[in-house]
Ligand binder design. Structure first.
Ligand code: C5P
Length: 232
């Protein structure tokens, strides 16, 4: 199992992203491109960042009928990204179709991760609005297991849920966890946070870190600190 720190490139434009990435002269961090940047700049931003030598997690969280997701995944795999995701709520059939679409002619494919329940969804709303009559930990575990059965590589989850996911799906099922903060940095709008070192101990394989690096006075130093704390 690989382990790495993924920087969330939550910037509104390509110009902001390149200015940020230009600071990194010695290393090529693994980066995450989300909806805002992708919808603003289109697939070209992915090609450009890939051409600069970065690994890319394309965080678009697909959720549609299986055939549509399969076709969309086929397009994304041509972008040569390293990691993509979808909502496990789309069912096992949808996840299997996604895997099919993602697999290139030579048999290779990006890692495919599932979102279980968004960390912004509270247990109360999940039960009342989504009519899911179970606890949040049981739901996360069940959705992760569905992803495992479908043949996916792992899930995006809270670092507090990583151990639970490993327990349900085994050590080789990857956990990618946002909600990471240094012991001495602000939590921002994240409610439940963990330090890089604690996340690693708790079973996170990859951590996704945004503001503690992107808004740091010295982003390169903050990235290095994160890597050191996470990878030891
Ligand atoms: O700035 P911060 O470190 O909070 O950024 C975390 C990144 O991870 C953001 O891109 C955010 O959208 C994403 N994310 C998250 N919580 C989730 C899923 C994704 O914070 N449950």
């Amino acid at each position: 199992m690989n382990h790495d720190v993924i920087i969330a490139l939550d910037f509104p434009s390509a110009a902001d992203v390149y200015a940020f990435l230009d600071r990194f002269q010695q290393e090529k961090p693994f980066v995450k491109i989300g909806m805002e940047l992708f919808y603003a700049e289109g697939p070209e931003i992915v090609r450009q960042i890939k051409a600069r030598g970065h690994k890319i997690f394309l965080d678009l969280k697909l959720h549609d009928i299986p055939n549509t997701v399969k076709s969309a995944m086929r397009v994304l795999s041509r972008l040569d990204v390293d990691m993509v995701n979808l909502h496990a709520a789309g069912t096992i059939d949808m996840m299997r179709a996604a895997l099919e679409g993602l697999t290139r002619e030579d048999g290779t494919r990006p890692l495919l991760l599932a979102v279980t329940q968004l960390t912004s969804t509270s247990e109360e709303r999940m039960q009342k609005e989504l009519l899911i009559n179970a606890t949040m930990p049981d739901t996360v575990k069940h959705y992760a297991y569905n992803a495992f059965i479908a043949g996916l590589d792992g899930v995006v989850c809270s670092p507090l849920e990583a151990a639970l996911v490993k327990e349900a799906c085994g050590p080789n099922f990857a956990t990618v966890t946002p909600g990471i903060r240094f012991a001495d940095s602000a939590a921002d709008d994240q409610r439940r946070v963990m330090t890089p070192a604690k996340a690693r101990l708790g079973g996170s394989d990859y951590i996704v870190v945004g503001r503690p690096i992107t808004r740091a006075e010295d982003p390169v130093a903050a990235y290095r600190r994160c890597v050191k704390e996470f990878l030891g």
